[in-house]
Structure formats: C-alpha cells, structure tokens
Design a protein around this ligand. Structure first.
Ligand SMILES: *[C@@H]1O[C@H](CO)[C@@H](O)[C@H](O)[C@H]1NC(C)=O
Length: 138
C-alpha cells in the first residue's frame, strides 16, 4: 500500500518531467516576402511549402547546420514594441524551409530567431511590425 505522500512525490516528478520536455523557448520573429524560391533546404521544389503557406526560415540559433529543415514549430506572438501588435491567443504551426542568412528575399530584420512567410506573420501579428517577440516550441 503506497502512502499519499509517495504518490504526491511521484506526481510532482512526472509533472516536472513533462514540463521539461515540452518547454517553449522565447525569441524574435521577423518576416520575409516572395520570392521564396529557391531555398537552402529543398531547392526550387514548389511542393515544399505547406498549402497553408505557414512556413519560415531558420535564424542561425536554430538552423542547426541544416537539421532544422522540415522541422515544425508552434509559434505564438507574446509582445512587440508597439502595443496591441500581437493577435491574442493565436498559435500557428510553421514548417522550416530555408535559412534566414541566405534566403533569396531578405528578412524584415537580421538576426531574428526565425523569419516567417508573409501569411504566417500576419496570422499572429500586425503585419506592419518588422519583428515581434514570440514563444516557440518544436
Ligand atoms: C497595425 O499597425 C499600424 C502601425 O502601427 C496601425 O496603423 C494599424 O492600425 C494596425 N492595424 C491593426 C489591424 O491593428
């Protein structure tokens, strides 16, 4: 028979493990416009883009020597220089298709954590902002 105390420890342990493995990161997100091809990940293949047009390029911090290609991230706008820039409660899932450093079309800001397609950026924030702070999670 287990005591309630040990059950509580077990629960806390499981909770801590769960939180650790699903922890989101915080970074900045800029945007870029067409042309999007060719990309560093998949070249000129137009089928690399999800039909939702929710995709982006990886900043050097997450590029991971090319391993970032094809990764999916959940992205949510958390703050920006101008109040009310974020669309509250909106989380999108994007696919990494390029490297921000070498994308054909240049980002609205250099050294962003990730750079979103026009459609993706507009889905989480006012598109007139050049960058916003985001929470993201693979
Ligand atoms: C987006 O930001 C611009 C510039 O700050 C502002 O003029 C415009 O009203 C904003 N649009 C929306 C939908 O909030």
């Amino acid at each position: 028979m287990s005591s309630p105390l040990s059950l509580r420890y077990l629960f806390l342990f499981l909770l801590a493990t769960l939180f650790h493995s699903s922890q989101a990161d915080v970074g900045t997100t800029a945007h870029y416009s067409p042309p999007y091809l060719p990309t560093s990940c998949f070249g000129s293949d137009a089928s690399q883009f999800p039909s939702s047009n929710l995709f982006g390029s990886a900043g050097e911090g997450i590029w991971d020597n090319g391993a970032a290609c094809g990764r999916q991230y959940l992205v949510r706008c958390i703050s920006a220089a101008v109040p009310k820039t974020c669309i509250p409660g909106k989380t999108i899932q994007i696919k990494i298709v390029d490297r921000a450093l070498t994308s054909v079309s240049r980002p609205s800001r250099n050294d962003a954590t990730m750079v979103l397609s026009t459609t993706a950026f507009a889905a989480i924030a006012n598109a007139s902002a050049s960058f916003v702070n985001v929470e993201f999670q693979q």
